[in-house]
Design a protein. Structure first.
Length: 226
């Protein structure tokens, strides 16, 4: 996943989307959470792979549907669901089709997976609210690889009216005890137990923009039935 560097790049073109370092090659890397802590259980978590290499984070929202970022989708896609370790455990599935709107993507899984699915919000989180973000992204600004264990951090919402990497409405937040970076793309931002955003762009220091679930809610329903 390619979380684009917000402060430096968004002023010019759609730059540096959150992308975590591939384990196997020099493929695009996705941003990791810097700071925060690790997660012991996340049945809704989905590690997203392109051509066999880890590329992004995501969430499973129904038996055959994973929500991630549009900029994560390329090549032959697959997912590992339900394990906090992106390299083992859980259940794996291929992807039979993908659908995109702005910087959100829905992956239609080849096999049905039974687990606890991530609830989706139909409203924006309040400005100044404290939210949680999740992902397998890098754990430092440079020189780190993707985290093997799913991480989480706390952020504070500063706006619900900015744009994601493809011009859709997004939620901007700033670091409280951690921030998103390469490898966290496609991962969720959660408020009151429901997903409000999908990781799109970040500066790797404090600021991150998450594509709004509420803004795309009717599209998600029309494609996936969720």
């Amino acid at each position: 996943m390619r979380l684009r560097r917000t402060l430096v790049m968004l002023a010019t073109a759609l730059a540096g989307a959150l992308v975590a370092p591939s384990v196997a090659s020099a493929a695009p890397v996705t941003p990791f959470i810097i700071g925060g802590g690790t997660v012991s259980s996340a049945p809704w978590a989905a590690a997203v792979f392109s051509n066999g290499s880890f590329t992004c984070s995501g969430t499973i929202i129904a038996a055959r549907w994973v929500l991630t970022a549009r900029h994560c989708v390329s090549g032959t896609m697959s997912v590992r669901v339900g394990s906090v370790n992106r390299t083992s455990g859980g259940v794996t599935s291929g992807v039979s089709a993908s659908y995109a709107r702005y910087d959100l993507a829905l992956l239609n899984l080849s096999t049905s997976i039974s687990t606890s699915y991530m609830p989706l919000s139909s409203s924006y989180p309040p400005v100044n609210s404290t939210n949680s973000i999740y992902g397998w992204g890098m754990t430092c600004y440079s020189g780190c690889s993707a985290s093997t264990t799913l991480k989480t951090a706390t952020v504070q919402v500063t706006s619900t009216n900015v744009t994601d990497a493809y011009g859709g409405r997004a939620i901007r937040s700033t670091r409280v005890n951690g921030n998103a970076w390469r490898g966290d793309s496609g991962g969720p931002q959660v408020y009151n137990g429901a997903q409000v955003g999908v990781a799109s762009t970040a500066d790797g220091v404090s600021i991150q923009n998450y594509g709004s679930v509420a803004y795309n809610r009717s599209w998600i329903t029309s494609v996936s039935g969720v």
